[in-house]
Design a binder for this molecule. Sequence first.
Ligand code: MF3
Ligand code: CO
Length: 357
Amino acid sequence: MAGCSTTIAPCDHPKSREIHSLGGADHHLASAGGSQTSSRGGSRGSSAGRAAGRGRSRVPLKVPSIELRSPAEIELLRAAGSLAALALVAAQRACVAGATTRDVDAAAHQVIRDGRGEALFVAYRGAAGNRPAYPSATCISVNEELVHGVPGPRIIRDGDLVSIDVGVRLDGWCADSATTVCVGTVDPKHRALLACAQAMLNHAIRASVPGRRWSSIARELEQIAGDAGFAVAVDFVGHGIGRELHEPPQVPCSAYRSFVEHADFTLRPGMVLAIEPMVVAEKPLRTIGGELASPACTLAADEWTVIVDSGAVSCHFEHTVVVTREGAEVLTRADRAQIDLVSNLPDECAVDVRRVG
Ligand code: MF3
Ligand code: CO
C-alpha cells in the first residue's frame, strides 16, 4: 500500500527459531528486541519481531521482521540523514588538538538543535533499557576506545584517532553516522587502518543491491580487513534504523556463524540500514572453532565506553543507507548536506534541512 511501511521476515529457515542472544551489556548492542552495534559481552543474536511459525512447526519462529520504508518515509529519513551529516561535519571541524571531547560534542549538538532535531543518543538506555542513560549527543572514542566513548574533559592531542558517532531524530525519523578523524600527524599504520575501514564501508554500500544476502557482503568485508592485516570488531554490529535508533536486522561486518545460520537476510528495496565497520589495529585471530575472534574489550566504569584491552587503536565509520532498486542510497552523505547548505540556505547558522534534499 503506497505510503505505508511493510515488513518482511529476514530469514525463514527453520533454524531461525534458535535465534538467541549472547547476553550481557549492550553497546551498539545487537540484542533482543532489535539490533545494535554489539559486543561479545553484548548480544549479537536477536529475538525481536513477530513470530513466523510455518508448516508443521508448533514452535513459532522468532524472526525479527524488517520494515520496508515507503518513498514518503524515505524522504523524511533523508532529511534526518542530512542533519546528522551536518552535525558530524561540525564535530569534525571542532576536533582539533587542544579541544576536549566535550567541545566536539557541543559542536554537533548545536547543529542538531539549530536544525530542530533531537539528539538521538541523549538518555538512550540500550536495547534492554537497563543501562545508565547515555549523557551526550555524540559518542567520541579516542584511540584505544573502540566505541561509545562518553564526551568529557579528555583533551585531544596531535596524532590521535578520534571516532565521532552522531544520531539524530527529525520529525520522528532517525539517522546514525560516524567517522574517524586523524588529528594532526598520525602514524601511517593508523592511516592505513582508517583507509581499510573506509574501504569496508564503501564496499558494503556498493554491494548493497536488492537480492543479495547480507552474509555474502559481510564475508567480503571481513576479507578486506583480513587482507589489510586488521581485526574486525566482530562482536559489534550495525543495525536497522527507522523510527528507532536500533531496529532489526543486525548488520555485521563479518560473517560469524550464528548470524549466517540464524539472522541472515536478503536485501530488499526500502530497507534502511546503519552499516558500521569497527576495525582494530591488531592482527586478526581465529578461535579454535575457526571463527574470526573479536578483539578483547572492556567496558569502562562509565558503563558505556568500550576499550580495547591490548591498547591498540581502533576506528569506526558509519552511514545510514536505504536500499533501492538501483542500489544503496546514502542518507547521511556529508557532501549532499553541504551542497544543500550552499545552494539553498543563505545563512549557514539557520539550517532547515527539512526544506532541502
Ligand atoms: N552508532 C551507535 C550504535 O548504533 C550509537 C550508539 S548511541 C549510544 O550503537 F547511546 F548507545 F551510545
Ligand atoms: Co549505529
